[in-house]
Write a protein that binds this ligand. Structure first.
Ligand SMILES: Cc1cc2nc3c(=O)[nH]c(=O)nc-3n(C[C@H](O)[C@H](O)[C@H](O)COP(=O)(O)OP(=O)(O)OC[C@H]3O[C@@H](n4cnc5c(N)ncnc54)[C@H](O)[C@@H]3O)c2cc1C
Length: 328
């Protein structure tokens, strides 16, 4: 899995989106009890302000009625360091969100498969679903698979079996491409995940009046619509991202200026040099837009459901989306 593994409650829009994320956060915790290999840890997050305008946005967010549900607390620099002593750089304060959590994206799916292993579960990798009929799906090898329900989760693939159904959807789906990287193990311990002030521009939770007063992003960050998100992996490495591009066709290569910017930001907040970058990659997700729906779900035939489009909240919300798709 190519994402951060952030179970990110802090940034969600007040109302149904926050409720879905909070339910998912609860479910992640119980899933991890059966599948500890998911690496779930209730680490919380710190969103750091490096100027007064960002601090005002954090203060306003911390005073919103749902701040209690998110378990927000605004901290001064000493408070931030008391929670996460690895943050030895320059900042004016931080918003601590105790409900944010982390899973290990590379091993989450194998851990779930291991937990499901048994006579009632079969994993058939490398099969492309190409045709559906009521209660059935055919793969590219010609084999039919039948069941009480077929759920097509085709992600950011807008062609093939899901294509015509997505094209007919009442809302728009778009694809978003993100650049990411991962470092060698960091010698310290990050007790929380970390976001910078640029993330205040992208997450709907921070849609407060003072957001309009934020200074423009530095040009390199504006060009790639970058925000810093930083998570320490179980092996000590740091996953660092991200950027956002919406215009297709997407570039086939990754852009180094965005990486330079993100590395400089991370290094400034940590107050030290970062370890060598071990991996760089870009990932694409699909996102519903222009609707209050939090993802796309449609019945495409009797007993066949198509689910996609959760956008940047898919890792967070997936257990709750699954629960809505298969109500208990
Ligand atoms: C770089 C990046 C970072 C992210 N970070 C986070 C994060 O920290 N927290 C968060 O909440 N969300 C995050 N997200 C979003 C999250 O990863 C997605 O929302 C989520 O993966 C969507 O899940 P999905 O199962 O719908 O689609 P996908 O994860 O895209 O999976 C769909 C799968 O179906 C396969 N497929 C497609 N068509 C067919 C077919 N016809 N037959 C068989 N297989 C098919 C695809 O190859 C793919 O493997 C991030 C996304 C990216 C790209």
């Amino acid at each position: 899995m190519r994402n951060f593994g952030l179970v990110w409650v802090s940034g969600r829009r007040a109302g149904p989106e926050l409720a879905l994320a909070l339910r998912a956060r609860e479910l992640w915790e119980s899933i991890a009890a059966d599948a500890p290999g998911t690496g779930f840890r209730p680490a919380g997050s710190l969103t750091l302000a490096t100027n007064e305008a960002e601090l005002r946005v954090l203060r306003e967010a911390a005073e919103l009625p749902d701040a209690k549900q998110r378990d927000f607390e605004l901290l001064d620099p000493g408070g931030v360091r008391a929670v996460n002593p690895a943050l030895r750089g320059e900042f004016l304060g931080g918003l601590y969100c105790r409900t944010d959590a982390i899973v290990e994206p590379r091993v989450t799916l194998p851990a779930l498969r291991a937990a499901l292993a048994g006579p009632d579960y079969e994993w058939l990798p490398g099969r492309e679903a190409i045709e559906v009929v009521p209660y059935g799906v055919r793969d590219a090898r010609g084999q039919w698979h039948r069941g009480d329900v077929v759920v097509l989760c085709t992600g950011a693939n807008f062609t093939g079996v899901a294509g015509p159904h997505l094209a007919a959807a009442p809302h728009h789906l778009r694809r978003v491409r993100l650049q990411m990287m991962q470092t060698d193990p960091f010698p310290g311990v990050l007790t929380t995940s970390v976001a910078d002030g640029d993330s205040l521009r992208y997450y709907p939770a921070y849609d407060v009046p003072s957001r309009a007063l934020l200074a423009p992003q530095v040009p390199v960050a504006a060009a790639s619509r970058a925000q810093l998100l930083l998570v320490q992996r179980a092996d000590g490495g740091l996953t660092i991202g991200d950027t956002h591009s919406y215009d297709e066709p997407f570039a086939f290569d990754v852009d180094e200026s965005a990486y330079d910017h993100l590395l400089a930001r991370a290094s400034a907040l940590l107050g030290c040099e970062l370890p060598r970058v071990r991996r760089r990659w870009a990932g694409v997700y699909s996102e519903v837009t222009g609707t209050s729906d939090l993802y796309h779900r449609s019945a495409v035939a009797p007993g066949v459901v198509l689910v996609t489009g959760p956008g940047g909240r898919g890792m967070t919300c997936s257990p709750a989306i699954a629960e809505e798709t298969f109500p208990p």
